[in-house]
Write a protein that binds this ligand. Structure first.
Ligand code: NAD
Length: 418
């Protein structure tokens, strides 16, 4: 049996739902329905490896609810992904789409595999066969996959092509996160970072501090972290600390993210960047700064280190970077937290725009995409803020109440058939 990488991701999701249900007085019948994913498909995906040997991989597609629209959610490739984890992530997608008011439900997919140990041709065969095996339950108006951990535009192009071949005509709207050359959207790669940057700007306004010279520390310098650092530096913020899995760097005068990116490309880590002091990830999390952005992994701020945080606010770019216990400690310290389901929803917002463009066979310019993304993120931030103020609760609880409330409203209106 495989070891779960996040043993209780589904349990955590259930607890979050129960907490929101209690605070908002959710109809127990709706709560009961929302506890379970509507559909879990498990497939055994056989492919021929380059050696000629046949290997069978386990694949999942979990659909939580489609009460607000077609299912939406990424596909991850990971050696330790489990069905329970995928169930938890599918539920999280429901709340994420609802909090930014996109007409989608939540889903997630996965294949238990180690993509770092597979060739490109093996990965292509795996993606195509998996697509064929889930083809009955996905579709442009049914369930629209997207990239997630260790999948990207390349895999999405294979998925789109396979689905199209099975149906006999080109169907770009079956998947988002595609390359630009095959109906992808402008701005998709930087969308999550841009969404996080909108949340930071709104938070800063609330704290009554300006953007210019704002001291930012970012944990993780991958897609989200590096794009965010670049966007914020362009806006005049001072990126004082950055890190990756090998460690971190610090310069109180501010780091140039483009130069750090160039350095990382050649040396494979930010550590050793000229003119910066080397720090540990723990030191980065405890850094004296205005905004701390965890943009790496889940579970980074725990009851062990939350007490050391000195930032004025934390904006969660990563999924679940703060444990519930750490959340309580941060609340006691008066540190504002902008939750993941709001802060990192920029990616799914632009996925939605990609889908609309595909359905209409249009291609919008980057300015149009960014304008729509920024408006939606800013509106969603204020929607959550309003609930937080009305109920006197923090932004995480407010985001959950808003999201669950929107889904519950749709379910009530639709009724229960038969
Ligand atoms: P990525 O793989 O491109 O980058 C992850 C970064 O984290 C890398 O720089 C890696 O070195 C670093 N890292 C890994 N372990 C670390 C550790 N222990 N300490 C410090 N740094 C560490 O991933 P990404 O796409 O940038 O995603 C980052 C986070 O944002 C993930 O939690 C992801 O689920 C979440 N997220 C991403 C998107 C998106 O569109 N990419 C959307 C929503 C949420």
């Amino acid at each position: 049996m495989e070891e779960p990488s996040i043993p209780n991701a589904y349990d955590v999701a259930l607890k979050q739902l129960a907490l929101a249900a209690e605070m908002m007085g959710l109809d127990p019948n709706i709560h009961e329905i929302l506890k379970y994913p509507k559909r879990c498909l498990i497939v055994a995906v056989p492919i021929k490896m380059d050696s000629g040997e046949v290997k069978v991989f386990t694949g999942y597609r979990v659909q939580h609810t489609d009460a607000r629209g077609p299912y939406k959610g990424g596909i991850r490739y990971h050696p330790s992904v489990t069905l329970e984890e995928v169930k938890g992530l599918a539920m999280l997608m429901t709340w994420k789409c609802a909090v930014v008011d996109i007409p989608y439900g939540g889903a997630k997919g996965a294949i238990v595999c180690d993509p770092k140990r597979m060739s490109e041709t093996e990965l292509e065969r795996l993606t195509r066969r998996y697509t064929a095996m889930i083809a009955d339950i996905i579709g442009p108006l049914r369930d629209i996959p997207a990239p997630d951990v260790y999948t990207g535009p390349r895999e999405m192009a294979w998925l789109m092509d396979t689905y199209s071949q099975l149906h006999g005509y080109l169907i770009p709207e079956v998947v988002t996160g595609k390359p630009l050359s095959v109906w992808g959207s402008e701005g998709r790669l930087k969308a999550t970072a841009r969404g996080v940057s909108v949340c930071i700007k709104e938070t800063v306004k609330e704290l009554g501090i300006g953007l210019r010279g704002l001291k930012i520390a970012i944990q993780g310098f991958g897609n989200v972290g590096s794009n965010l650092a670049t966007i914020l530096a362009e806006e005049g913020c001072r990126i004082i600390a950055l890190s990756d899995s090998k460690g971190g760097i610090y310069n109180p005068e501010g780091l140039n993210p483009i130069k750090v990116l160039e350095y990382k490309r050649s040396s494979r880590s930010v550590v050793g960047f000229p003119g910066a002091k080397t720090i540990s990830n723990e030191e980065l999390l405890a850094m004296e700064c205005d905004i701390l952005v965890p943009a790496a992994l889940g579970g980074q701020l725990t009851e062990k280190n939350a007490e050391n945080v000195k930032a004025k606010a934390i904006v969660e770019a990563a999924n679940s970077p703060i444990t519930p216990k750490a959340d309580e400690i941060l609340a006691e310290k008066g540190i504002m937290v902008i939750p993941d389901i709001l802060a990192n929803a920029g990616g799914v917002c632009v996925s939605y725009l990609e889908w609309i463009q595909n359905l209409h066979r249009e291609h919008w310019p980057l300015e149009e995409i960014n304008k729509r993304l920024e408006e939606r993120m800013s509106r969603s931030y204020h929607d959550v803020k309003r609930v937080a103020e009305e109920k006197g609760i923090d932004m995480r609880k407010a985001a959950m109440i808003l999201a669950v409330g929107r889904v519950a409203d749709s379910m009530k209106t639709l009724g229960l058939w038969p």
